[in-house]
Ligand binder design. Structure first.
Ligand code: NAD
Length: 494
């Protein structure tokens, strides 16, 4: 038994894990629970409350009371100090947080551990932002008579709804700017992965977060999630998840015209030009999809390769994919963990089937792995399809699984047009050793982020988000903080 495995039993023993409302750890008012199971082996980790609309009501009331009460009295410097204490608490418990994620949603432990710089960086970045918020003095048409200025105020109670594929970063991306600006939060994690978010709330409480500033309601999207999106007491909704759910949330938010920010799905292109450094590009292009078993919004799932190098490049990506180690995320050597649920695995299976039926060629993968180690979990081998055309289902729809569709191209104008011919616009990758080509493609691709000769980089200080049906609003950077603030103009007749 490895050291990691020994810690598993201590962390989750199948018992009940309450949610937190107004600083109190509680069950759902209905008394109902949901099971949290390990997607790698089906083992029961814990049960959590199956919260509903009445729990959302209580959480929004607690968030409002905190917003107007003790939290409003915190100075920016006190909020900064609190965020820094939270970062310290997280750093001290980082391995436990990562282990929780690995168990709850399957991400290999080596990958969760590697995310620490980014997540701790987020908390420290927002700590800096907390003391950098200020308004302006604005010259007007009545100089010397009337004085006008602006102040920046927190938007109020923020409802946050997140998916299951990156619970630590996903929740801190929402909570960090709220704490920096003085907002309060009601967060609903995914029903597929609630445990780490509950742990995060506990660590924040231990670091001194006042009651009611962060409330967690675990539950289903159609129930607790929909109630939060529609709640008249919520001033803003920040959502990460699928485009279809984002549309439902935007509709639900119209009741009180709450502000909405949406980080949604993608079908991102990776463009490998004929002058690309192939040795460097192969592993990056492969892992742009296979990391987290393809369950990443920015997955570079449409691999456009210059025809001159297409066959060699795709063969090498397929070889790389075939060499990746699949397994339970708890093993340090595991590179590719499980798929989150039976439902998601079935969806991926449907896409593999569609790819074959529509005439694409499986270069590697295309099936679930065999063997006792995979029997009780949900797994798919990293898959590379060649002979794909733009019209095929696998080239058009977000699969959210470990599947690459390789597509040859001839000219830059052609690849730009094809890469942009998607309703999505989240991210893109470009591989070229020619600066001009890289520059041209980076400008012409319609996406929120374009990475050149790299992929995946996300930083607290750099804005991230989508265009088109990948959503609106930005996370990271100064713009992110702005999204949690309102501007008030103040006029003074001297
Ligand atoms: P999902 O849309 O099914 O669920 C996301 C969250 O929304 C969950 O908490 C769910 O309970 C909740 N929800 C579901 N229906 C709801 C409703 N009617 N009202 C309110 N809440 C509701 O997405 P998922 O399957 O958990 O995650 C995968 C999707 O998330 C993919 O499309 C992926 O691209 C996207 N994603 C985007 C980003 C990004 O930053 N752009 C990051 C990660 C994931």
């Amino acid at each position: 038994m490895t050291d990691w495995q020994a810690r598993v039993a201590k962390l989750y023993d199948g018992g009940f894990r309450p949610m937190v409302i107004g600083g109190k750890w509680c069950a759902a008012q209905s008394g109902e629970v949901m099971e949290a199971r390990n997607p790698a082996d089906g083992g029961l980790l814990a049960t959590v409350p199956k919260g509903g609309a009445e729990d959302i009501d209580a959480a929004v009331a607690a968030a409002r009371a905190a917003f107007e009460g003790p939290w409003a009295k915190f100075t920016p410097f006190e909020r900064q100090a609190l965020l820094l204490r939270i970062a310290e608490r997280f750093e001290a418990e980082w391995e436990t947080l990562c282990l929780s994620d690995t168990l709850d949603m399957g991400m290999p432990i080596q990958r969760t551990l590697a995310n620490s710089r980014r997540v701790l960086g987020m908390l420290r970045y927002y700590a800096g932002q907390a003391v950098a918020i200020h308004g302006e003095t604005i010259p007007n048409s009545f100089p010397g008579e009337i004085y006008s200025s602006t102040v920046r105020e927190p938007v109020g109670v923020v409802g946050a709804i997140i998916p299951w594929n990156a619970p630590i970063a996903g929740s801190i991306w929402k909570i960090g700017p709220a704490l920096a600006t003085g907002c309060t939060v009601v967060l609903k994690p995914s029903e597929e992965a609630s445990l780490t978010v509950l742990l995060i709330a506990k660590l924040m409480q231990e670091a001194g977060l006042p009651d009611g500033v962060l409330n967690i309601v675990t539950g289903h999207g159609s129930d607790a999630g929909a109630a939060l999106a529609a709640h008249p007491g919520v001033d803003k909704i920040v959502f990460t998840g699928s485009t279809a759910t984002g549309q439902a949330i935007a509709r639900a938010a119209t009741g009180n015209l709450k502000r909405v920010a949406l980080e949604l799905g993608g079908k991102s292109p990776v463009i490998v030009c004929r002058d690309a450094d192939i040795d460097k590009a192969v592993p990056v292009a492969a892992m742009s999809v296979f990391a987290n078993s393809g369950q990443i919004c920015i997955a570079g799932s449409r691999l456009f390769v210059a025809r001159e190098i297409h066959d060699e490049f795709v063969r090498r990506v397929a070889e790389y994919a075939a060499g990746l180690r699949l397994g339970h995320g708890i093993h340090e050597e595991t590179e590719i963990g499980p798929i989150i649920s039976a439902r998601q695995a079935e969806r991926i299976g449907g896409y593999l089937e569609a790819g074959r039926r529509e005439g694409a060629e499986v270069m590697t993968g295309g099936a679930a792995p065999e063997g006792a180690a995979f029997e009780n979990g949900h797994f798919y081998k990293p898959t590379v399809f060649a002979g794909v055309t733009d019209e095929m289902t696998i080239a058009r729809e977000e699969i959210f699984g470990p599947v690459i569709s390789a597509l040859p191209f001839d000219t830059l104008d052609e690849v730009v047009e094809r890469a942009n011919a998607t309703p999505y616009g989240l991210a893109a990758g470009v591989f070229s050793t020619h600066l001009g080509t890289a520059h041209q493609l980076a400008h012409r691709i319609k996406a929120g982020s374009v990475w050149v000769n790299m992929y995946h980089a996300i930083d607290p200080a750099v804005p991230f988000g989508g265009v088109k049906m990948s959503g609106y609003g930005r996370e990271g950077g100064r713009e992110h903080v702005e999204e949690y603030l309102d501007t008030k103009a103040i006029w003074i007749n001297a």
